[in-house]
Design a protein around this ligand. Sequence first.
Ligand code: RIB
Length: 314
Amino acid sequence: MSNLKPVVVVGSINTDLVSVTVRIPLAGETVLGSDFKIYTGGKGANQAVAVARLGYPVRMIGRVGSDSFGREARIHLITAGVDTDLVETNDGPSGIAVICVSATGENSIIVTPGANGTLTPSHLEQRLAEIRNAGVVLTQLEIPLETVECLAEICSREGIPLILDPAPAADLPDSLFKRVSWLTPNLTETGFYTNEGVGTKKFDPLSAVRQLRQRGVHGVLLKLGQKGVVLGYGNGKIETLPAFDVQAIDRTGAGDAFNGGFAVGLMKGMNVVESARFATAVAAISVTRPGAQTSMPTLNEVQQFIAQQAARVP
Ligand code: RIB
């Protein structure tokens, strides 16, 4: 590992079982799939791979199972350039995600945590030195909430920025919100964490940002997909960044691409808006490719994409 302070990801490592269908089935409905693939996934692992593909040092803290899925997941992380020395193997099943992707690239996901559910606060206490050495820490909610709370407490105490992807949505205590540097909900999660009527005409993203900040979060990045990103930070500052216009085929992992890109932007000294713009480009490229980790772009690809977009005649 280089002399740069690494990004540390504390989170889930899954295997994604992905069926492609015309549309996501309703309750009680059976639809035929047109394709099935197995990918390595997990919000934590995806974010770690996003950082590694962008060429920035990244270390993962997490747990895989003792099955073949766990072995494959570890190999994929290593191949992508993620430091997996702190990824432990739990005697039992690995995390699994059953994913349905529609013709328009939308998805629905069921995650069964497996080994991810065995990452406890005591594991973090054993990794204090590595967490203290992080430039920024990324986490999500596919590991036990008490572990996320313990991590937030460590990051707050040590002055390390913490980016929390609050997915899947869960009831969170205000003590956790107060310790988060950047909260990055998508549209569905914004609906869960606020009373802003997501999906209705009344939805006001600016008001959603304000509500989240009132709970004590330092900065908010609402990931609104094709509608772009709304940032709330500093002394009441709010900015809206448009999404890039791309043909999406699979949005799985787009939020993870964004979070990884945002962390790299910050670590490279970009300001908040520049980092969010960079992250938006990383996510835009990822939705044009199938799978989650398989869709993460390199730094070179992102730079070329941004240059091409800037040269486009409006
Ligand atoms: O964010 C996408 C990820 O969510 C998938 O890779 C799946 O494993 C679930 O964790």
